[in-house]
Design a protein around this ligand. Structure first.
Ligand code: COI
Length: 358
C-alpha cells in the first residue's frame, strides 16, 4: 500500500501553545491526521496523511449506535538531545488488534501502521513538547461505518490517528490524587469487554466518575463485578499497592485493561529486585493495610497518567490516607526511571524505546 500525504501549507498551520504548563490533556490537536478505510472487498486501503479535519459520517453509522470501536493511547517524546522517541508502540498496536478481535473488527497490519504512525509524528514533530512530563499524545481509533441500524458487526470501517500535545492528565499535575472506591457501580465483568480498549468501558464509568468528582475525588477505584470485593483498576489507569516490601497488582483476569505501563512497572520492579505479585487482593486487605501502616504506597500507571501516586482512598464514607499523603519513594523512583526511558535518557536494557527521527 502506498501512503498518500497531503500537507497543510506552512502559512495555514495552527498556532501552538507556547506555555507547556498550560497544555492540559486532550484539548489541542496538531495539523495532520492519518486515515485508512476498510471494505470487505478491498481490505484496508487508501492510507493517507491529511490535514486534521472533522469527519463526515452518515448519522446511521454503526459506531454511533452500538459503539463498535476500539482505540489506543500512546505518546511520542522529545529527548534532551532533541530526538523523537516512541515507547513500546508496537505493544499498543498489538493491543489494538486484540481489542479489534473482541469487537469483531478487522485487525490492522502492524508493520505498515507503525511506519505510517512514525511518518505522521515526524511531520508534526514541531508539536512535540520539550518539558519533562509533557509529550505528543497519539490516539489511534477504529470505528464501524456501515450506515445500518440492525445489530451485527459492520462491514466497513475507518481507522484514523490524531495527535495532540499534552501535559499532566490530572488537574493535580503530577501530585498525588485522591480516589473513591465504588461499591455501587461496576466497570466490567469477566467475559465482557473490560480487557478491550473500547469506548463502552469508559461510558460505563462516567456516572461513578461524576459522583466521585462531585464528592471531590479525582478518580474511581473499581472493584470486581461479582463479589464487589477485589481491586481491579482505576478509571484511566492500572493500580499498584505496596504492602511492606511487596508490590501487589491485580492479575489480568479478563476484566482489566492490560496496560503497557502496567507491564513496564512489573518488569522494572523485577529488574530492581522488588517483589511484585499479580494476585487477587480485596478492598478489606487494603483498608486493613492502610489502617495499620502496612500499605505504604499506592500508585496508578497508564500512558496518560504515567505513574500517578495516590494520597487517599475513600471507601464506604471513610477516608484513609496513604502514608503521609505525599509521593512515596518507590513511586517517585518509578516515575523518574520510566520517564527517563521514554525520553531516551536512560540506557534501555529492555529494548522499549525507539528513536525515530534518524
Ligand atoms: C491512556 O492512558 O492513554 C488512556 O487511554 C487513558 C485515556 C482514556 C485517557
Amino acid at each position: 500500500m502506498e501512503l498518500a500525504v497531503r500537507e497543510v501549507a506552512p502559512k495555514n498551520r495552527k498556532p501552538r501553545q507556547k506555555d507547556e504548563s498550560k497544555l492540559g490533556f486532550g484539548r489541542l490537536f496538531t495539523d495532520h491526521m492519518f486515515e485508512m478505510d476498510y471494505h470487505p472487498d478491498k481490505g484496508w486501503h487508501d492510507p493517507r496523511i491529511v490535514p486534521h479535519h472533522p469527519l463526515s459520517l452518515d448519522p446511521a453509522s454503526m459506531v454511533l449506535h452500538y459503539g463498535q470501536e476500539a482505540f489506543e493511547g500512546l505518546k511520542a517524546y522529545r529527548g534532551k538531545d532533541d530526538g523523537v522517541y516512541l515507547f513500546r508502540h508496537r505493544d499498543n498496536l498489538k493491543r489494538m488488534n486484540n481489542s479489534c478481535k473482541r469487537l469483531v473488527m478487522p485487525e490492522l497490519p502492524i508493520d505498515f501502521i507503525s511506519d505510517c504512525l512514525k511518518k505522521l509524528v515526524l511531520l508534526d514533530r514541531d508539536w512535540i513538547p520539550t518539558s519533562t512530563g509533557c509529550a505528543l499524545y497519539i490516539r489511534p481509533n477504529i470505528i464501524a461505518t456501515d450506515p445500518f441500524l440492525g445489530v451485527r458487526p459492520s462491514s466497513t470501517y475507518l481507522y484514523y490517528i490524531i495527535l495532540g500535545p499534552v501535559g499532566a492528565y490530572y488537574p493535580e499535575g503530577f501530585n498525588p490524587v485522591s480516589i473513591y472506591v465504588s461499591d455501587k457501580y461496576v466497570r466490567a465483568v469477566v467475559g465482557g469487554v473490560g480487557d478491550a480498549k473500547t469506548a463502552g468501558n469508559y461510558a460505563a464509568g462516567l456516572l461513578a466518575q461524576k459522583e466521585a468528582k462531585d464528592k471531590g475525588f479525582t478518580q474511581v477505584l473499581w472493584l470486581d463485578a461479582i463479589e464487589r470485593k477485589y481491586i481491579e483498576e482505576v478509571g484511566t489507569m492500572n493500580i499498584f499497592f505496596k504492602f511492606g516490601d511487596e508490590v501487589v497488582t491485580s492479575p489480568l483476569t479478563g476484566s482489566i485493561l492490560p496496560g503497557v505501563t502496567r507491564d513496564s512497572v512489573i518488569q522494572v520492579l523485577g529488574k530492581w529486585g522488588v517483589k511484585c505479585t499479580e494476585r487477587n487482593y480485596s478492598i478489606g486487605e487494603v483498608i486493613a493495610g492502610l489502617k495499620d501502616g502496612h500499605v505504604t504506597e499506592v500508585f496508578g500507571s497508564g500512558t496518560a497518567a504515567i505513574i500517578s501516586p495516590v494520597k487517599s482512598i475513600q471507601y464506604k464514607g471513610q477516608d484513609y490516607q496513604v502514608g503521609d499523603g505525599k509521593t512515596g519513594p518507590l513511586s517517585q523512583k518509578l516515575y523518574d526511571y520510566i520517564l527517563s526511558l521514554q525520553y531516551g535518557q536512560q540506557e534501555d536494557t529492555f529494548g522499549w524505546t525507539e528513536r525515530i527521527d534518524l
